[in-house]
Design a protein. Structure first.
Length: 80
């Protein structure tokens, strides 16, 4: 999120998908796979909705809104 925050204009927002409440915070390596195409491993974080404000604050952002749509959890982040 820090890099994303650096790219934002003052009126910009970041839309993120979070894990549901109670999921906690998890860091893990992931890679993208499509057919025989496979990316390099890179760091990834999974963040439960109740923790997104803390993670956003570390990047200088704040939660402007949270919502659930068809069972998927989202948050809109803005400059703090």
């Amino acid at each position: 999120l820090r890099r994303t925050a650096e790219l934002l204009t003052p009126s910009g927002t970041v839309l993120v998908e979070t894990d549901p409440l109670g999921a906690g915070i998890q860091s893990l390596p992931v890679r993208l796979e499509r057919g025989e195409d496979v990316s390099h491993w890179f760091p990834w974080a999974r963040v439960g909705s109740e923790h997104v404000a803390d993670v956003a604050a570390e990047a200088g952002l704040r939660v402007a809104e949270r919502w659930v749509d068809e069972g998927r959890w989202f948050a809109e982040l803005r400059w703090a």
